[in-house]
Ligand binder design. Structure first.
Ligand code: 5GP
Ligand code: MG
Length: 187
């Protein structure tokens, strides 16, 4: 029996629910259907590469709806919030375990903000003799783009606010909320 998920209430940091769990689930269904269609003719498993940590819930929901053969791997990158990193600077902290060459790769990411992370990853993976590199991104903040990035599978556009839940955090908190919530701006 599947345990029923209770919906945690908003805490004092969270202003409102931006995208509820049912809406998320329907959109992930649609994205998975599109991926199943687009990769129906591949001859080897699609390589899903999740960007830790923010993508882990989106990736888990997406991959369980895939009917095309696939394998799952992860990478970790430094983000500009981390000590010593300049804005726009992206570094690989942990690479995939699998060799990506000769595979169709689908990068799975939580959110497109400036675009620096994804443009770095797409360039890096294309240089590895991959058959193709595409991207599934759960959220997009168009107002914040600095670098153009082409996204094949996009979940939702959101305004320029800090969001948490469904994998996304604020200081490591709130990742496991089943909805996307907007935080009150920090003073
Ligand atoms: P980029 O600026 O390289 O496109 O995105 C960098 C990273 O910033 C994203 O992968 C994500 O981890 C983080 N990020 C950007 N906006 C938000 C947000 O509203 N909430 C959370 N939790 N993370 C964000
Ligand atoms: Mg991220």
């Amino acid at each position: 029996m599947t345990p029923s998920l209770s919906i945690p209430p908003l805490t004092k940091d969270l202003a409102r629910v931006l995208i509820d769990a049912d809406t998320i689930s329907r959109r992930v269904d649609e994205l998975a259907q599109k991926i199943n269609h687009d990769y129906k003719d591949i001859t080897e498993p699609l390589m899903l590469v999740g960007v830790l940590k923010g993508s882990f819930i989106f990736l888990a929901d997406l991959c369980r709806r895939l009917t095309v053969p696939h394998v799952v791997d992860f990478i970790a990158i430094s983000s500009y919030g981390q000590k010593g990193d300049k804005r726009g600077e992206v570094r690989m902290l942990m690479d995939t375990r699998e060799n990506l060459s000769d595979h169709h790769v689908l990068i799975v990411e939580d959110i497109l903000d400036s675009g620096n992370t994804l443009s770095y990853l797409i360039k890096t993976f294309k240089a590895r003799n991959t058959k193709s590199v595409s991207t599934a991104v759960f959220l997009d903040k168009p107002a914040r783009h600095e670098v153009p990035v082409e996204i094949e599978y996009m979940g939702f556009e959101i305004p320029d606010v800090w969001v948490v839940g469904y994998g996304l955090d604020y200081k490591e908190q709130y990742r496991t909320l089943p909805y996307i919530a907007e935080m009150y701006p920090k003073k």
